[in-house]
Design a protein around this ligand. Structure first.
Ligand code: UD1
Ligand code: CA
Length: 477
């Protein structure tokens, strides 16, 4: 009935109240630019074409839209420059040359990120190929918004903008959300008839309602009760408010699946701007997540695993029954991090890209692991660095020990074979191989391979000087 669907995203406004150099629609919600949230909505509608109306920061906005990762390629993307910005009606007029004139047009705002796909689908349905459908909501405080003016029979007659409204109209609590679905051919006809004869001297898109009524085209208001879905971002405070609301939505969805969040109000799941990965948390059964954790990019957590308070976990797979103790920092970036079943990590541990921990591995406080494989049962419990290392099963890696993996120009690997025991405060100068079962004495600097089963020492021999007197202070004159 609706025919093909095109979407116009109004994104030319400046967003003065953000007090930012970044165009408003590029401000981030869950580390995702607002306009990407909106483009996802267009994708959910299976739009044929999306026309983004740009103005302030047009080059940046275009670049951000073209470079976005999710849902890319699902629709044909066009840009229309609106310069100067003469109102929302004028904005959609600029998009008109990119619209084929058939089917249905859905108008969205680039700064309204949380509209649900099913809401938009219902709006398109209400438009039905022949009607003008408005998304509306009742607000306890409707100040500032366009009001839905209804006739004696309750039929929608027009929208009056707040600044043009009289006292009685200002008392109306049903407001226009800024989102409509309209047959393309009718939209084109009405846009041509807009004037700017109003309090703001702007071409109001909302004036199409009265034009529809005059033309005898039915106008339907699809009224929802969830104000969040139509909330726009105008200020940092509003952005933060929507961020919390969005995070609460995500938290509730996880709890629905059985994930145990200690506090859904202190949970964050975000996109990763560094890798472009979409925020996605996949949890098996009986996962427990304590307060204040931040998940970034794609994170998988196995059955019965526990994430302690204030962990930051990005681009990682955490095995079943593993425990991340509080304040652990995990970021797999592109290479990923894998934590094996039953491993214990932290508190205050740092797992960097390419850290791969086997089963029952222990990585304790102030231990950093990068691009290294720790086989099953290996332990590095305190204050250590493992970079570019291959660590065998059951290796014990002492406190304060490090792999010297970087010679100032190139990185080299350290291989520590199974059951080796590295004492405290050792420096393993790569490339080097520690043989299976070898013991490296504490304080050693190891520059040569060690044979299996040996004891290796690489340090100055202790000297004791008898009867040594410490220098004494001179008496004051
Ligand atoms: C508009 C509606 C109002 C509705 C409100 C919901 C009109 C005339 N009024 O108000 O009924 O209650 O949205 O939030 O449409 N934009 C452009 N070019 C312009 C002007 C605006 O691209 O020339 C964009 C803005 O960047 C923004 C969106 O359109 O994304 C809405 O503009 P905004 O000024 O926030 O809306 P209002 O005119 O206040
Ligand atoms: Ca305005």
């Amino acid at each position: 009935m609706n025919g093909p669907l095109d979407v116009v995203v109004m994104a030319a406004g400046k967003g003065t109240r953000m007090k930012s150099r970044i165009p408003k629609v590029l401000q981030r919600l869950a580390q995702r630019p607002l306009i990407h949230h909106v483009l996802d909505q267009a994708a959910s509608l299976k739009a044929r074409r999306v026309v983004v109306v740009t103005g302030h920061g047009a080059p940046e906005v275009e670049a951000a839209c073209a470079g976005r990762t999710s849902a890319a390629g699902t629709f044909d993307l066009k840009f229309a420059l609106q310069q100067p910005q003469l109102g929302t009606g004028h904005a959609v007029q600029q998009a008109l040359p990119h619209l084929a004139g058939d089917g249905t047009v859905v108008v969205l705002s680039g700064d309204v990120p949380l509209t649900r796909p099913e809401t938009l689908a219902a709006l398109v349905e209400a438009s039905g190929g022949g009607r003008l459908a408005l998304l509306t909501v009742r607000l306890p405080d409707p100040a500032g918004y366009g009001r839905i003016v209804r006739g004696a029979q309750g039929q929608v007659e027009r929208i009056v903008e707040h600044k043009d409204a009289g006292e009685a109209e200002r008392a109306i609590d049903e407001i226009y959300s800024g989102i409509m679905a309209v047959p393309s051919a009718l939209l084109a006809r009405w846009l041509a008839r807009l004037t700017n004869d109003n309090a703001q001297g702007e071409y109001y898109l909302t004036d199409v309602v009265a034009l529809a009524v005059a033309d005898g085209v039915p106008v339907v208001a699809h009224c929802i009760d969830d104000a969040l879905q139509v909330a726009g971002v105008n200020s940092p405070a509003q952005l933060a408010q929507l961020e919390r609301a969005h995070q609460l939505r995500q938290a509730r969805a996880l709890m629905e699946q059985g994930v145990r969040l200690a506090d859904p109000a202190r949970f964050d799941l975000r996109d990763d701007p560094k890798t472009g990965a979409r925020g996605e948390l996949v949890c098996a059964q009986d996962v427990e997540i304590d307060v204040g954790c931040i998940f970034t990019g794609r994170v998988e957590i196995g059955e019965g695993a526990r994430i302690g308070a204030y962990c930051c976990v990005a681009n990682a797979r955490i095995g079943a029954a593993a425990v991340l103790h509080p304040y652990t920092h995990v970021d797999g970036e592109q290479a990923g991090v894998r934590v094996g079943e039953g491993a214990l990590v932290g508190p205050f541990a740092r797992l960097r890209p390419g850290a791969t921990l086997g089963r029952e591995v222990h990585v304790g406080n102030f231990v950093e692991v990068k691009n290294s494989q720790l086989a099953d049962g290996a332990k590095a419990n305190h204050l250590a660095y493992l970079g570019d290392a291959t660590v065998g099963e059951r290796v014990n890696y002492g406190a304060g020990s490090i792999t010297a993996n970087y010679d100032g120009a190139n990185k080299h690997r350290t291989v520590i074979e199974a059951d080796a025991h590295i004492g405290s405060n050792c420096v393993l100068v790569a490339p080097v191989t520690i043989g299976a079962g070898t013991t490296v004495a504490g304080g050693s600097t190891i520059t040569e391979d060690t044979p299996p089963g040996s004891l290796s020492l690489g340090r100055g021999r202790q000297v004791n000087i008898a009867g040594w007197h410490r220098p004494a202070r001179k008496p004051k004159a």
